[in-house]
Write a protein that binds this ligand. Structure first.
Ligand SMILES: Cc1ncc(COP(=O)(O)O)c(C=O)c1O
Length: 500
């Protein structure tokens, strides 16, 4: 019998593994007698105790029978051992997976470029001071949290803090009973789909749409209906006459188009939902960040009929890998959402929730937000100023003083040429991302989504200068090489985002 030990872990475990493999692949046939422990120990230059321990383990797991001393035999296993290993194939994925994959696979690759100036809009501002604060909060929470208790709805202390925050900053009156802590906004979309949607139910989304929410609904078999947005947000007059089940909107800062839903449209939408008996999902992903005064009150704050499912996220306010968000639920839906969340994951991790609740309670969260808001405002100005100076009329800017991105429509460009520009800019160290990468339906014009969360004001200035040069080079046709390298392009400034 040839047994090869793999060298990982204690000898008895290696021997057990080697013998199991030999039994399963038929080298040690059912009913055959195992060598006496002394003999095997001698052959393998192991101690007899090691071999005895391996035999005991095999016996305990049912691979061999018999008693030590009277001989051990390979058990007659009901499953015929396979001669050669073959990987399991998955040829019949569920309908859910087929739909989820369809949307996913159709999307152009959206990987981040490794470039000096990256304008990816999903990159939020990282406040370096937060790393220290957060690790202290985590350590504190780890020693103070009751590790065995968990609630599917979320830690009460965090739900309480979320209510206080929403009352102060978003004009929402809610009690902790109305709040569900989720694993980011993305889970809120999935839970909404699970709770509200049956096959073929209609979901209205804004055009341009937020791809990740679209996919969550589509994977559940919903029919997606895109409705146009303009400078005042969703064009409510174009909502379908037949009642949809859900209307999903980003009123504070349309994603990715950047408009803000006007007050009259907000009231129109609420009236529509009441008339049609449908639900509204308000995705308030970056409503906190507004640079021309206080943030606008959320749509939910105007909702007397309790038809708005409000979704918030800490992804932009803190960092996206935290994977914490919240929903404020209409009373009629509360228990169903908690039940769905319980079945999904039994609740979010307790230590992170406790750390966040304490961070919010001791004022650290608000201080962090103040710093980030101030820095983002400076970055927003730097981007707009740079665009006006170096790019000028070659783009039309949709400049809403909110969030972490703006849209730049490219004059005289079609989608194909915009892709060429993106590819060219990449070779020059500039990460540009076309609108078509973010949406399901290509917009009528070619445009770019310019995220300014990750670059310092200096880097943004340099990035816009480079953007202008890339456009020049595109105009010059074949000549793609830079005519002059500007002294301003200093990598150290660019890669080191300024601290807020
Ligand atoms: C429109 C929109 N909604 C929600 C989110 C937040 O998603 P999550 O909380 O799952 O990270 C983002 C983040 O980029 C977003 O762009």
């Amino acid at each position: 019998m040839f047994l090869e030990l793999d060298g990982h872990g204690p000898h008895y475990a290696q021997l057990t593994r080697a013998m199991k493999t030999a039994i399963l692949d038929g080298r040690m046939a059912a009913g055959s007698r195992l060598p006496p422990t002394r003999v095997l120990a001698h052959e393998l230059e192991l101690s007899r105790t090691t071999v005895l321990a391996a035999y005991e383990q095999l016996r305990a797991e049912g691979f061999i029978d018999g008693r030590v001393g009277s001989g051990s035999y390979v058990t007659n296993l009901p499953i015929a051992p396979t001669q050669s290993p073959c990987e399991a194939e998955f040829t019949s994925p569920s309908r859910y997976v087929r739909r989820a994959r369809l949307g996913h696979d159709l999307r152009p690759t959206r990987q981040q470029y490794k470039v000096r100036y990256n304008l990816l809009s999903t990159n939020p501002l990282i406040n370096p001071a937060l790393v220290d604060l957060w690790s202290r909060e985590l350590a504190r929470a780890a020693t103070h949290t009751a590790l065995e208790e968990n609630s599917a709805q979320g830690l009460f202390a965090l739900r309480q803090q979320v209510c206080d925050y929403l009352a102060r900053r978003r004009g929402i009156r809610a009690s902790p009973e109305d709040v569900l802590i989720t694993s980011g906004a993305q889970q809120a979309f999935s839970l909404t789909a699970r709770v509200l949607l049956d096959e073929d139910d209609t979901v209205v989304m804004e055009d341009p749409d937020y791809f990740a929410a679209y996919q969550a609904f589509a994977a559940h078999g919903a029919r997606l209906r895109l409705v146009r947005t303009d400078a005042d947000g969703l064009v409510c007059g174009e909502l379908p006459a037949a009642p949809p089940r859900l209307v999903c909107v980003t009123p504070s800062h349309q994603f990715p188009g950047c408009s803000v839903l006007s007050l009259s449209r907000r009231l129109e939408l609420l009236r529509y939902a009441a008339d049609q008996s449908c639900w509204i999902l308000e995705d308030d992903y970056d409503g906190e960040f507004r640079y021309d005064g206080r943030p606008l009150a959320a749509l939910r704050s105007l909702d007397d009929g309790n038809r708005v499912i409000y979704v918030g996220s800490f992804s932009k306010m803190l960092f996206s890998t935290l994977r914490l968000g919240y929903m404020v639920l209409p009373a009629a839906l509360r228990d169903d959402f908690v039940a769905a969340k319980y079945l999904c994951d039994s609740g979010c991790p307790g230590i992170e929730q406790a750390a966040l609740a304490h961070f919010m309670e001791n004022g650290g969260f608000e201080r962090h937000l103040r710093r980030v808001r101030k820095e983002l405002m400076a970055r927003h100005h730097a981007l707009i100023e740079g665009l006006r100076r170096y790019v000028g009329r070659r783009v039309d800017i949709v400049d809403s003083p909110a969030g972490m991105h703006v849209v730049a429509w490219l004059n005289g460009y079609g989608h194909a040429r915009a892709e060429e520009l993106v590819a060219h800019a990449r070779t020059r160290g500039l990460g540009l991302y076309p609108m078509t990468w973010y949406v399901h339906q290509p917009p009528p014009r070619a445009g770019l989504l310019l995220g300014y969360g990750r670059l310092s004001t200096t880097a943004l200035h340099q990035a816009m200068q480079l953007f202008g040069q890339c456009l020049d080079e595109m105009d010059a046709g074949g000549d793609r090489t830079p005519r002059r390298r500007t002294a301003a392009l200093r990598p150290a400034d660019a890669t080191d985002p300024a601290e807020p």
